[in-house]
Design a protein around this ligand. Sequence first.
Ligand SMILES: Nc1ncnc2c1ncn2[C@@H]1O[C@H](COP(=O)(O)OP(=O)(O)OP(=O)(O)O)[C@@H](O)[C@H]1O
Ligand SMILES: [Mg+2]
Length: 245
Amino acid sequence: MNEVILELKNIHKSFGNNTIHSGINLTLHKGESLGLLGGSGTGKSVLLRSIIGLEQIDKGEILFSGKRIDHLSENALIPFRIKISYSFQSGALFDSINVFENVAYPLFEHTKFSYNQIKDKVAKMLKLIDLEGKEDLMPSDLSGGMQKRVGMARAMILNPEIILYDEPTAGLDPANTLNVVSLMQKLKLKGLASIFVTHDIPSAIMLCDRIVVLHEGKIAFNDTPEKFQNSEDPIVKKFITSTKE
Ligand SMILES: Nc1ncnc2c1ncn2[C@@H]1O[C@H](COP(=O)(O)OP(=O)(O)OP(=O)(O)O)[C@@H](O)[C@H]1O
Ligand SMILES: [Mg+2]
């Protein structure tokens, strides 16, 4: 198995009296795709946000390549937010700027590349997401699936080592879902590690090396997709049935 790139140790998180995580332990290896499943409100998005420091954990440790990254200042977090990219639940494009400006934004913000170098990088990235030459389109000109792919392109443009996907296929029709999942597959082949939060079990099984199920603040299941599908664990069985309705 490849080396560990991200490690969550004994994570605890509450909002007031509402306990969300009560001792989460999880490791992600280089190049690995991990599917993070669980019912609505089990704290999947909060866990992703905690990893990149958008939420403060109450107890525990988060390590990236062996270095602690929980409780860092906003400034100290910047290099890690480049290495660990977050693709938002909504796609979150800036509506008033075009595709080129959306994808190029992190490059203008965080690098000293020339305008021509940036144009080149964006063009390559648009090719990868099958939107070659679409620089001038506005987000409102794009389908939901295209918007998600542009959001993923923006999340990828600084060459992160990990990408955190929060429901990238939610609300998409089957064709667009397939497009997004095949883009995720391409990125995986490039060696990118990922955590894929989703309610879309077939996509998670297709893409992931490992499936993790969050339940009542803890990890109830952590094994291969095959073991997940054949699991006799009542929590896993109940969860799989509940998503089929
Ligand atoms: N900033 C916040 N303040 C207070 N409570 C919050 C905050 N963010 C999330 N919560 C609560 O934490 C719990 C977990 O939320 P989270 O968004 O992580 O769920 P989820 O597993 O991603 O659900 P879904 O599958 O519906 O997206 C919920 O009860 C939610 O109301
Ligand atoms: Mg969520």
